[in-house]
Design a protein around this ligand. Structure first.
Ligand SMILES: Nc1nc2c(ncn2[C@@H]2O[C@H](COP(=O)(O)OP(=O)(O)O)[C@@H](O)[C@H]2O)c(=O)[nH]1
Ligand SMILES: [Mg+2]
Length: 238
């Protein structure tokens, strides 16, 4: 017996989500909120990076976080002492999409932020294909994952603007070449900016935060100068 039913929806749902993301990106830029989509495999140190970023900026910038996981609000609990945060639980889905991000924004309750970070579900595959209205896409690679990973997960690195090599304190203990990892990633995406950080000691965090500051300033200037979305607002998604 065939139990499959086809329901005609008569509209391109993916195109609709892309359009929503583009509109939201433009609106965030107009308001001066830089949106950063943070991606990596599970445990690479996304939440730790956001914790150290929030500590670095305390009383200096207004930042908020939407954090995605399959289940639990553990990451939101970690970040709550430092900044406004909402946990997005996907209930099994391996990536975030715009409707869940919208719900998180409603819960955050205000749009008065300089930086909005979206910590995606830990996964180097599916999140690469979903535009979350970000201006910057950042992929973390921790030194314990191996320096050969960029070439194995090309779409994630091709669609990113920056690579953050994390857990630099562990470099003396693992065979990982920062130069080789960055070179491998740049074969896929030559324009990638690179940062090497240790979120536990704060090494590299000032440089990372300065990059975000500069990018936000550029976004604000470009949004003021142009009616149409600027190059910085265009995602590399394809
Ligand atoms: N040694 C070391 N451990 C880290 C660093 N950043 C994160 N960790 C640890 O790595 C684990 C995963 O970090 P987490 O931030 O939860 O990663 P996420 O799953 O990508 O959000 C935790 O046990 C962190 O304490 C770092 O810079 N150095
Ligand atoms: Mg996390």
């Amino acid at each position: 017996m065939n139990t499959t039913t086809t329901i005609p929806v008569n509209r391109d749902v993916k195109a609709e989500l892309k359009r929503q993301a583009a509109d939201m990106r433009q609106e965030f830029a107009r308001r001066g909120t830089l949106v950063i989509n943070v991606l990596s495999s599970p445990g690479a140190g996304k939440t730790a990076l956001l914790e150290s970023t929030a500590k670095h900026w305390r009383n200096q910038h207004r930042m908020a976080v939407l954090v995605g996981d399959l289940a639990t609000d553990r990451d939101a609990q970690r970040l709550a002492p430092y900044c406004p945060v909402e946990q997005l639980t996907t209930g099994g889905a391996c990536h975030l999409e715009i409707p869940l991000v919208r719900r998180g924004l409603e819960k955050l309750g205000t749009d008065d932020f300089d930086f909005l970070f979206i910590e995606n579900v830990g996964n180097l595959v599916c999140p690469a294909s979903h535009d979350l209205a970000e201006h910057l896409r950042v992929v973390l690679l921790s030194v314990t994952e191996g320096d050969d990973k960029p070439g194995k997960y090309p779409k994630m690195f091709r669609t990113s603007d920056a690579i953050v090599i994390s857990k630099s304190d562990l470099l003396p203990h693992v065979p990982f070449s920062v130069e080789a990892a960055i070179a491998d990633a740049r074969l896929i995406q030559p324009d990638l900016r690179d940062f090497t950080v240790c979120s536990l000691t704060g090494e590299g965090i000032a440089e990372w935060c300065a990059f975000l500051d500069e990018t936000r300033a550029r976004m604000i200037a470009e949004a003021a100068a142009a009616d149409s979305p600027s190059a910085i607002m265009e995602p590399k998604l394809q």
